[in-house]
Design a protein around this ligand. Structure first.
Ligand code: DGJ
Length: 737
């Protein structure tokens, strides 16, 4: 890993063993992008990568024979000779929006610096990464811009973010400030995103890039299930195991924009960051604004490699705390078992039975606080409901602990019910604007987390409950999007900064609680996966992947989620049938097989299981605990996509020490008289012998990879039908060089 700077030509080359990223200072002092992709050997002079001509009918810069419209830029500003959409747009005291930032210097830093108040990837030692800061200044605005780039030593990863400082005595308004902008000199790409909705999150969509603007965004106040803050640009020929892929993942949980612009010369500009929609930020003299971080990954070995890089980075250098590296407990959650209808006896009965099945953690979901018998009431009143739990939370927790289980609690700290004591006492603590009624969502309003007093109040209350109940786990839910976005506590000129301030407030509360409770496992949730993004996963090392627990639906959701996020970050539960979301009947074995590819839990009432099902669940948990390290810390490879193949799906995990291979194969739909099927595994040691656990069959790695496994010989098809799931566990047997 190195950051080379040619002091004469002012060319910057960030490189490690896989990638190169190059940019340079133009004659007019602005920056031009030169290259991003597979590693280039470092040479003294990269000027051959720079080509520009002033085309007919171009506008040119006032002081140089350059048209910014045909130059690949590094961080384009607004309203000069470039007509493409900018990365930064600012308004000064005169209402002028023109900016021009020119180079003033640079600094190299070993390691990686923290982003103030924002989640970001990190390093554990300064040897792991190098950071380059490039300083730019706009003399008219009296503002400085710092572009920060970090290159990791062992990953093909470059992270970027930007800070802006206002030195002028008058306020400067940020209308738009993206985290990164990148110009490619061609448009030979498909673009891929993870799109969806509640209960069908993160489905893979791939489309050829075309002339004009294509973008995804969130305007909902959360990153949203509609579009995950991630895009990839793929060469048309790129597939899972071949071809170039560029990933852009934003470490942010609020409104974002990811945009691609293909211009009239077939170049492509990618920008990503906070959505400029309904966003302005007022910067007073000497104040600094910091954008969230974009994590850029390059792969020349297809999408699988791209995903594996994100998995390793996010599992080890985004997730934090003791649970990052600790095996997660198998949990049972009472939500689908009881909804709001429970009492202490019912919970203890569930916990007792769950313990007998091998469950390790009991999670008390929604409904434990004052009068919360439906979703119409009580959010904000974080005091125990003594009708349901007359002995209180502490006593319940002690009894659960007494059974040998850990105890977890659901909270939704960002929300308030209009029917609550908190609302009665503080109607002004709600997100909204004067003289307009709020639009309810799930019968609730959003608390104004731009107001420190609100956060402080909620923080102390939740802290009391978590301390009193001696919790081991917290499920932090968020169940509605933001409407009437505004705060009665903010000045008129700051109302458009509200949405970002809100997210900063959420991060602040997360930071406070995770610091106070370092041993507690936090799981982030938002009506399932409505805020399943790297920002949340920085605070909570796992997220509730989706409210949809149907095994077949989950195949798609988890497969799509795996484009960016590792199995260690996906909560995956076995629930009852008929499934509460789809009404579908699936075998309990299949539900187990699908949930095995995440952090396993149960979302059902064990007393409703038959004796036979209980035995199966017991065996599932025993088996899962054996293979959990392979799933949680191993490397996942996708094999058959449920988005391409309506009949099948498959993926595999290889353990860190490469001795175990766990293959998941799903038959989504049965066929009469099916064709033979070979499943080719990936990334095995070709000369090693692998035993198929539970059989006498031995295979060599090369056989499994090149010839493939003849599935019908090794899976029991006697119970063939729709929604059948199979797990095959291979173990390295001996050296056979
Ligand atoms: C939405 C979550 O996704 C569910 O798992 C459950 O916790 C409910 N909220 C409770 O209201």
């Amino acid at each position: 890993m190195a950051i080379y700077v040619n002091e004469e030509t002012l060319t910057f080359h960030l490189t490690n063993r896989d990638v190169s990223y190059l940019f340079s200072v133009l004659p007019n002092g602005e920056l031009t992008h030169l290259y991003y992709g597979k590693k280039l050997s470092h040479v003294a002079d990269f000027s051959q990568l720079f080509y520009t001509e002033v085309k007919d009918n171009s506008c040119t810069e006032a002081d140089a024979a350059l048209s910014m419209d045909v130059i690949r830029q590094e961080y384009p500003s607004f309203s000069r000779s470039d007509f493409r959409l900018p990365a930064v747009q600012l308004t000064n005291k005169d209402g002028h929006r023109v900016s021009r930032f020119t180079y003033t210097g640079y600094e190299k830093v070993k390691g990686k610096t923290k982003l103030k108040g924002l989640p970001a990837t990190y390093v554990e030692s300064s040897e792991e990464a190098d950071t380059l800061k490039v300083f730019l200044r706009d003399e008219v605005l009296e503002a400085t811009l710092t572009l920060s780039y970090t290159i990791y030593q062992h990953h093909p990863v470059i992270t970027r973010h930007v800070t802006l400082t206002n030195h002028h005595r008058d306020d400067l308004i940020i209308n738009q400030m993206m985290s990164a902008s990148l110009d490619f000199n061609h448009n030979q790409f498909d673009w891929l995103e993870l799109a969806g909705s509640w209960a069908r999150e993160r489905h893979i969509k791939r489309t050829p890039l075309h002339a004009g603007i294509q973008n995804i965004q969130s305007t909902r106040g959360a990153s949203s299930p509609q579009h995950n803050p991630f895009i990839a640009l793929l060469r048309p020929e790129t597939a899972e195991h071949v071809g170039e892929a560029y990933g852009f993942s934003l470490v942010y949980s609020g409104n974002f924009l990811a945009q691609m612009e293909v211009d009239h010369y077939d170049t492509t500009r990618v920008t990503m960051g906070i959505n400029p929609f309904d966003f302005n930020w007022r910067l007073e003299r000497d104040e600094t604004f910091t954008t969230p971080e974009v994590v850029m990954v390059y792969s020349d070995q297809g999408l699988n490699k791209l995903s594996q890089v994100y998995h390793t980075l996010y599992r080890t250098r985004l997730a934090r705390g003791v649970w990052r590296d600790k095996l997660r407990p198998v949990l049972i959650n009472n939500w689908e078992a009881t909804y709001f209808n429970f009492n202490e006896d019912k919970l203890l009965q569930m916990a007792t039975e769950a313990k007998q099945l091998g469950v390790e953690l009991f999670v008390l979901d929604d409904g434990w606080f004052k009068g919360r018998n439906s979703d119409t009431t009580s959010l904000g009143d974080w005091f125990v409901d003594e009708k349901k739990l007359p002995n209180g939370l502490r006593s319940l927790s002690e009894k659960i602990h007494g059974l040998g289980l850990q105890f977890g609690l659901w909270i939704e700290p960002e929300m308030i019910s209009p029917k609550s004591e908190l609302y009665h006492a503080h109607p002004d603590w709600v997100v909204g604007v004067n003289n307009r009624p709020n639009s309810p969502g799930r019968n609730q309003y959003v608390l104004d987390f731009s107001n420190k007093a609100v956060i402080d109040y909620i923080y102390h209350l939740i802290k009391e409950r978590l301390t009193e109940a001696n919790v081991d786990y917290v499920k932090w839910d968020m169940n509605r999007f933001m409407t009437e976005a505004g705060s009665v506590h903010l000045a008129p000129a700051d109302q458009t900064s509200f949405r970002h301030r809100y997210i900063l407030g959420v991060y602040r509360l997360y930071e406070l609680l995770t610091t106070d409770f370092p041993n507690v496992l936090f799981e982030s949730c938002a009506a399932g996966g409505a805020r399943f993004d790297p920002g949340m996963l920085y605070y909570a090392p796992q997220g509730w992947t989706s409210d949809d627990t149907d095994a077949l639906e989950r195949v798609k959701i988890q497969y799509g989620t795996s484009l960016v996020y590792p199995a260690s970050m996906m909560g995956a539960h076995v629930s009852a049938v008929p499934n509460h979301q789809t009404g579908r009947m699936t075998p309990i074995e299949t539900r187990g097989v699908v949930a095995f590819s995440g952090m396993l839990g149960y979302e059902l009432d064990p007393s409703q299981l038959s004796k036979e099902e209980k035995t199966i669940v017991q065996e599932q948990i025993r088996h899962y605990k054996q293979v959990q390290p392979v799933v949680q810390f191993g490397q996942m490879t996708r094999l058959i996509s449920p988005f391409d193949d309506p009949l099948h799906a498959s993926w595999q995990f290889v353990s860190q020490d490469e001795t175990d291979v766990l293959v998941t194969y799903i038959q989504q739909q049965a066929q009469p008289n099916p064709a033979f099927r070979q499943l080719k595994l990936v990334g095995l040691k070709k000369n090693k012998a692998y035993t198929l656990v539970g059989t006498d069959s031995i295979f060599y790695g090369d056989q499994l990879m090149y010839h493939g496994l003849e599935l019908d010989r090794y899976i029991d098809r006697s119970d063939a039908g729709d929604a059948r799931g199979y797990l095959l566990h291979f173990k390295v047997q001996e050296e056979t060089e």
